[in-house]
Design a protein around this ligand. Structure first.
Ligand code: ADP
Ligand code: MG
Length: 254
């Protein structure tokens, strides 16, 4: 059965989308069947996987408000083994439009339940907020993977995020777990990165992945070409670190 992982952290710029794109692509490269769902109205996962977000016909917005069904939204094999539910700025209106809709927390889940068995992994990129869109991701997911940037305020907001996961687990999705924390943008040249990693490892009561994602310019460049790092620069440290993360994710689900 498909494992559904939401990539979440309400802080922006911590590496959620980079992790969502490249974890999904690395799992697909290993032969896993993957569905990538973009729940951030910015649509950076969509464009990073090579889909033109301005011109795409149907998006997650159309799915969520009931304009289109899943077959009409899904982009089959955008990349080998990787299907995508694309998103663009339209999705920013969903929150208001759904305000009176009953069970609005479960709209995404209702659509994904019917197809999740077709996939080994479903990877959901969340927006930088604890909004209805993130709640929809968390009711759909079996676990939450939290990217943490190696910087001074790394843990800021983390207790709020963990609290939100616990609330969702208590009230909406009893299956939900914290998959783990992954450090991103590690800079081996600075003591700060090292101190952050050591400090968090000592103080955080959650799974922490052994794989640490380095700061690697190739990871920042790849999205402008609409391809994941394993296609843009297959032998880069960024590509290899996301392959290692994918292996860890696979071994934890075994
Ligand atoms: P979020 O989705 O949490 O807002 P992003 O994944 O979009 O974060 O990353 C924020 C910025 O940092 C982007 O410009 C991205 O290209 C860059 N970035 C992310 N991870 C890395 C990394 N490991 N090395 C270099 N740049 C990175
Ligand atoms: Mg993002």
């Amino acid at each position: 059965m498909g494992r559904i992982i939401a990539i979440a952290n309400q802080k922006g710029g911590v590496g959620k989308t980079t992790t969502a794109i490249n974890l999904a692509a690395s799992l697909a490269e290993k032969g896993k069947k993957v569905l990538a769902i973009d729940m951030d109205p910015q649509g950076n996962m969509t464009s990073g996987l090579g889909i033109e977000k301005e011109t795409v016909n149907n998006t997650v917005y159309d799915l969520i408000i009931g304009n289109a069904n899943l077959d009409e939204v899904i982009q089959i094999e955008a990349i080998e083994n990787l299907d995508v539910l694309p998103t663009n700025i339209d999705l920013s209106a969903a929150e208001i439009e759904l305000i009176d809709v009953p069970n609005k927390e479960y709209i995404l889940k209702t659509h994904i339940d019917g197809v999740k068995d077709n996939y080994d992994y479903v990877i959901i990129d969340c927006p930088p907020s604890l909004s209805m869109l993130t709640i929809n991701a968390m009711t759909t997911a079996s676990s939450v993977l939290v990217p943490i940037q190696c910087e001074y305020y790394a843990l800021e907001g983390l207790s709020q995020l963990i609290h939100t996961v616990e609330l969702v687990r208590d009230r909406l999705n009893s299956e939900l777990e914290i998959e783990g924390v992954v450090f991103t943008m590690f800079d081996a040249r600075t003591n700060l990165s090292l101190q952050v990693v050591e400090n968090v490892r000592e103080n955080l009561d959650q799974n922490i992945y052994d794989t640490v994602i380095p700061r690697n310019i190739r990871l920042a460049e790849a999205p402008s070409y609409g391809i994941p790092i394993n296609q843009y620069d297959s032998s880069s440290t960024g590509a290899n670190s996301y392959r290692k993360l994918a292996e860890e994710v696979i071994s934890r689900s075994a």
